[in-house]
Design a protein around this ligand. Structure first.
Ligand code: 3PG
Length: 396
């Protein structure tokens, strides 16, 4: 695909798809990570004299105008991040949008209202994509985290205008391809989270690509149970034991070692500071739950990381939101960060709770790359083609 290096944007109307689906509380943006991620693209466009028109969604308003899901409150946060005025249009198509665009001068930035206020967005309706495309001369996609959606502003429009990847999109794809596309081996994947059922495709794809697959969180219990270990009242998907065995067999055939913790931190109650003990995973009582990996498990993962050149991380180990069941995640995250700082490991993390877990461990900034994406990161780990990325390539 083409990038901003391949086009002269001066004086052009540049439609930029960004991800402004940011955490908000009472009309205030509470985490500006996604805003900081798009700053390089937006600053570059302004400096080069483009008229930058931002397309974005917020929430899931189901194709209808819903003031509680307006993008207007994001304007102030965006102005602060960009150190620049940002205009706002009440609609992303029609007269309001056209008039606001017509008033722009080179260097201006304009945010259009939530594209999901129109049903045509999620339907990827060609007529709606054409309405959006009318507003610009070229299209830039800088929203990797929305690229798993085949919507009008992420996919359809890329087929109607000359299309380019923005700097954040480039950085994401570059980091991901270094991590799994053509990685330095050995490659370790850490996959945590509660349920195997939500990560079946991901596990199936990873065992074929990585050398070690470390399974953590509730999903590890299903794998332990599949080996005949009694996990007490731990979270466990008993209907997936055969599936877990199949994944293990696939891993074995592909030369991928599945790593499970030898010990756990056990408690009878799922709450912060619940009375707990460390024990081998083979020693869980009927009324106990495994809520984190134990010190032996941490050491086991640390040893694997010591040998590795590349790490892909998705999902926490234990119930990391409850102390002290965050200790395993924190210890492994710190180990990965230390190896990264020593230049021994390329570490890429992303998806769902992962960024929150790494922030909690205080090391998100020390990983080689932390993706801003949730669902898109997962789909990419699953080996799926992301429609928003594919559309960029199709037009190059
Ligand atoms: C996200 O927040 O992960 C993206 O913006 C996608 O949002 P969606 O899941 O509502 O499509």
């Amino acid at each position: 695909f083409k990038t901003l290096d391949d086009v002269d944007v001066a004086g052009k109307r540049v439609l930029v798809r960004v991800d402004l689906n940011v955490p908000m509380d009472g009309g205030t943006v509470t985490d500006d990570t996604r805003l900081r991620a798009i700053r390089p693209t937006l600053t570059e466009l302004s400096q080069k004299g483009a008229k930058t028109i931002l397309l974005a969604h917020f929430g899931r308003p189901k194709g209808k105008r819903d003031e509680s899901q307006s993008l207007r409150p994001v304007v102030a946060a965006l102005e602060k991040t960009l150190i620049q005025d940002v205009g706002f249009a009440e609609d992303c198509v029609g007269e309001a949008a056209a008039a606001a665009v017509a008033r722009m001068t080179p260097g201006d930035v304009l945010l259009l209202e939530n594209v999901r206020f129109h049903a045509g967005e999620e339907k990827n309706d060609p007529a709606f994509a054409a309405e959006l495309a009318k507003l610009g001369d070229i299209y830039v996609n800088d929203a990797f985290s929305a690229a798993h959606r085949a919507h009008a502003s992420t996919e359809g429009i890329a087929r109607l205008l000359p299309a380019y990847a923005g700097r954040s999109m480039q950085a994401e794809l570059d980091a991901l391809s270094k991590a799994l596309g053509n990685p330095e081996r050995p490659v370790v994947a850490v996959v945590g989270g509660a349920k195997v059922s939500t990560k079946l495709d991901l596990l199936g794809n990873l065992v074929a690509k990585v050398d070690h697959l470390v399974i953590g969180g509730g999903m590890a219990n299903t794998f332990l149970a599949a080996q005949g270990i009694d996990v007490g009242k731990s979270l466990c998907e008993r209907d997936l034991l055969d599936t877990a065995r199949e994944i293990e067999a696939k891993a074995k055939a592909a030369g991928c070692a599945i790593v499970l913790s030898a010990d756990g931190r056990l408690a009878k109650e799922f709450k912060a500071n619940a009375a707990n003990r460390v024990a081998p995973v083979t020693d869980v009582a009927a009324d106990e739950m495994i809520l984190d990996i134990g010190p032996a498990g941490v050491e086991g993962v640390a040893n694997v990381l010591e040998q590795a050149k590349t790490l892909v991380w998705n999902g926490p180990f234990g119930a990391f939101e409850l102390t002290p069941f965050d200790e395993g995640t924190v210890a492994v995250a710190q180990k990965a960060a230390a190896l990264t700082a020593e230049g021994r490991l390329l570490s890429v993390a992303g998806g769902g709770d992962t960024v929150a877990a790494l922030n909690h461990a205080g090391v998100a900034g020390e990983f080689t790359y932390v993706s801003t994406a949730g669902g898109a990161f997962l789909e990419w780990l699953e080996g799926k083609e992301l429609p928003g990325v594919a559309a960029l390539s199709a037009t190059s």
